[in-house]
Design a protein around this ligand. Structure first.
Ligand code: ASP
Length: 582
């Protein structure tokens, strides 16, 4: 038997018991006649004592020969500690060692196995198995497991059936590039790894399963933005005989359950906001509503004066930064530089101080009276002591720029409290989105999303105005889930494909199986998918997903531990009928 107890378990009540523990050597303190060793496992740390007088000098010698991260088994007696450590649960006791067995030696690890390690990101990723021994990473993985268990528990109790769908599939256009896998047995042909199980879950509804879920890996070959992974996990769900309302209520239920079980937070009902309203009030379709700084549009009160920058703009819009009047001129100049960075892309920023005496001082005082500026303040909800920051230009761009500024200010002012949870449904998304580069419309969610009733006719005349039965669940400024009511008849699906630029032949070649299925009694259906990695990170009070993934890829999509991707040898290439000219 390797152990009678684990390293986090022993208390005063165990004193004078004989125990066996196994674990890793965390730390050694040698005082000459006595040595202490901290033994660590997943459950905690227990102090071992090797004492020349109470045991033997050979044993003390053995302790001296241990090294950090050696794997050892010890047998001994639980005794009361002379100097107690109130910071750890086992701090009142120690184990007086009578026998020690080295189960495995270890090289000195390349970084310290401590909560605050000296190892940088790269080295920790290369030795991820050592990183996982550290509490923050270990705890994040345990936390993730707890969240997934709660998801499974809740959905199963609600009657959802967990079904696995294939990983080797046919390419489906969902916006990103597919990862492809060559088929050895079918020369020149390829599978694609699923970007999501979208079509399969719809087919499961045609199959009559009624309520499906799956905690599933999805793969998207995108240029990696910060904190995106090429493979990630979704909680993928679909229901039949449902309207949007049914889906929102089912998955509000799941989210409430998680917030309650995991965080002890109870939220009555989640607010809802249309996409248009979110864009107008926050410049963003995933607004963080934990703080104000709502947009104030100023076109009617700031245009038609002598300030030409505003006059020529499609949108003039600003926010009031709470307490921002305390910023020095230099700090405001820095803020202006910040919005002008290429990542944000504003051309400039107009500011207006809201003074304590009720007066205003702006960078455009030449053009605007105090009365004008007080109207601005009212629009933006600026109070005395605030700083108004105003941007102008093309509507979509300006909204995105001001939204970036709003988030940055909230971050700097500490308004994004990770222990506060503010979920929000954003509904009524546009069905189509104009691709500025190609001038073509593509599906904003995916091609299987159904337009709102009666809006199909608008597709020809005003494609950008068509609204979809599509919704996102937003939590603290992050999209944690998104879905839609689907098209379930062949004709409508054909119209959609046509509008997305597919010829009937292309549609048949790519989605014939789905269109065929729709001819055999497809029920009305809809669903949603949650990004599990991000959901777990947010519930864990963080926004980076990496620590919640056991073996993540780096920013270039590489696994630096196993060194993937990597070339394959020529025999393997030949077998796959692949030729690569390098
Ligand atoms: N398949 C969609 C996605 O991955 C989610 C859904 O529509 O259910 O975003």
């Amino acid at each position: 038997m390797y152990r009678s107890h684990n390293c986090g378990e022993l208390r005063e009540s165990h004193i004078s018991q004989g125990v066996t523990l196994s674990g890793w050597v965390h730390k050694i303190r040698d005082k000459g006649f006595v040595a202490w060793v901290d033994l660590r496992d997943r459950y905690g740390i227990t102090q071992l004592v090797f004492d020349e007088d109470r045991t033997s000098s050979e044993l003390l010698e053995q302790a001296r020969n241990l090294g950090r991260e050696f794997v050892v088994q010890v047998r001994g007696e639980v005794i009361e500690r002379a100097s107690k450590n109130p910071n750890i649960p086992t701090g009142n006791i120690e184990v007086l060692v009578e026998e020690v067995v080295v189960l495995n030696e270890s090289q000195t690890p390349p970084f310290t196995i401590e909560d605050e390690t000296d190892g940088g990101e790269d080295i920790r990723m290369k030795y991820r198995y050592l990183d996982i021994r550290r509490n923050p990473v270990k705890d994040s993985l345990i936390f993730r497991s707890k969240v997934t268990m709660e998801v499974r528990k809740y959905l199963s109790e609600e009657g959802f059936i967990e079904v696995e769908t294939p990983y080797l599939i046919k390419s489906t256009p969902e916006g990103a590039r597919d990862f492809v896998v060559p088929s050895r047995m079918n020369e020149g042909q390829f599978y694609a790894l699923p970007q999501s199980p979208q079509t399969f879950k719809q087919l499961l509804m045609v199959g009559g399963l009624d309520k499906y879920f799956q905690i599933v890996k999805c793969f998207r070959d995108e240029d990696l933005r910060a904190d995106r992974q090429p493979e990630f996990t979704q909680i993928d769900c679909e229901m039949a005989f449902v309207e949007q309302e049914d889906i929102l209520s089912a998955f509000e239920g799941l989210t409430k359950h998680l917030l309650h079980e995991i965080k002890g937070v109870d939220i009555e009902t989640f607010p809802r906001m249309t996409y248009d309203e979110a864009m107008k009030r926050y410049g963003n379709d995933k607004p963080d509503i934990r703080f104000g700084m709502e947009f104030g549009e100023l076109n009617d009160i700031a245009q038609h004066k002598a300030f030409n920058v505003f006059n020529s703009a499609e949108l003039v819009v600003g926010i009031a930064v709470p307490g921002g009047n305390s910023f020095t001129r230099k700090e405001i100049d820095k803020l202006t530089d910040w919005v002008k960075r290429p990542q944000v892309g504003a051309l400039g920023m107009v500011y207006c101080r809201s003074n304590d005496d009720g007066s205003f001082k702006s960078s455009v005082d030449k053009f605007y009276s105090q009365e004008d500026l007080s109207k601005w303040a009212e629009r933006m909800g600026a109070k005395a002591g605030d700083l108004m920051c105003i941007l102008s230009g093309e509507q979509n761009k300006v909204r995105a720029q001001l939204s970036a500024l709003r988030m940055e200010m909230a971050e700097r002012l500490g308004l994004r409290n990770p222990e506060e949870f503010a979920p929000l449904w954003v509904i009524d998304f546009p069905l189509l989105e104009l691709d500025e580069e190609t001038g073509h419309y593509h599906a904003m969610h995916h091609p299987f999303t159904s337009p709102k009733p009666g809006q199909l006719e608008l597709l020809d005349s005003e494609p950008g105005a068509v609204r979809a039965n599509a919704y996102d669940l937003v939590l603290n400024g992050n999209e944690i889930g998104g879905g839609s009511i689907r098209i379930h008849d062949k004709e409508t699906q054909a119209v959609m494909f046509k509008h997305l630029g597919f010829t009937p032949e292309e549609a048949k070649a790519q989605f014939g199986f789905l269109m065929d299925a729709f001819q055999y009694g497809a029920p009305p259906h809809g669903g949603i998918a949650f990004g599990l990695d991000r959901l777990v990170a947010i519930l864990g009070g963080q926004e980076t997903i990496r620590d919640f993934i056991a073996f993540p890829k780096n920013n270039s999509g590489r696994d630096v531990m196993i060194d993937a991707p990597s070339p394959i040898d020529s025999a393997q290439l030949k077998e796959l009928n692949l030729k690569i000219d390098l």
